[in-house]
Design a protein around this ligand. Structure first.
Ligand SMILES: [Zn+2]
Length: 165
């Protein structure tokens, strides 16, 4: 158990470094926000999933579904906790509101076109629905994470441009 915990910790730190490289547009970036932005479920939750399934004598499709549902719930909980903390972010230069990760991906008018991509996978676009849709199929996962990473790249470009100006 100790070794597995250590391994999970190591994986999280590797994942965090990789994600932080992808997203540097946000000065006060938290691990949870980075994961939601990059559309990647926390590795520790995925690992927990594997471990739970490995304790069963026989794994059925129902087991997998139940365990995945629990992962989504925990992931959603982390995202909710993050929102409640009410982190102070700089203001969005275009919309004049607090520039949070959620604003950027779900509301900012600058990214309407990229959001259109997400809407082809999700009916009512909310963080919860997006995460659920992404976990539904590999195709949706790829489509959404592509749209999100393009949004983040564009955000970075804008951020760099405003620093030069
Ligand atoms: Zn905005």
């Amino acid at each position: 158990m100790g070794r597995i915990k250590k391994y999970a910790h190591m994986m999280l730190s590797v994942q965090r470094k990789a994600l932080l490289r992808v997203i540097c547009a946000y000065r006060t970036v938290s691990y949870e926000a980075v994961q939601v932005l990059a559309g990647i479920p926390p590795l520790d939750l995925l690992l927990e999933e594997r471990m739970q399934l490995s304790t069963l004598p026989r794994v059925t499709g129902e087991d997998r579904k139940a365990v995945r549902k629990e992962t989504i719930r925990k992931w959603q909980e982390r995202w909710t906790n993050l929102e409640e903390k009410g982190k102070t972010e700089p203001e969005c230069g275009t919309c004049g509101v607090e520039d949070t990760a959620e604003h950027c991906i779900f509301r900012c008018s600058v990214f309407n076109t990229l959001r259109h991509e997400l809407r082809t996978c999700v009916n009512a676009l909310t963080p919860k629905n997006l995460i659920e849709a992404m976990l539904e199929s590999k195709e949706k996962w790829n489509k959404c994470s592509h749209a999100i990473s393009e949004t983040v790249k564009e955000k970075e470009r804008m951020e760099r441009a405003s620093r030069v100006a």
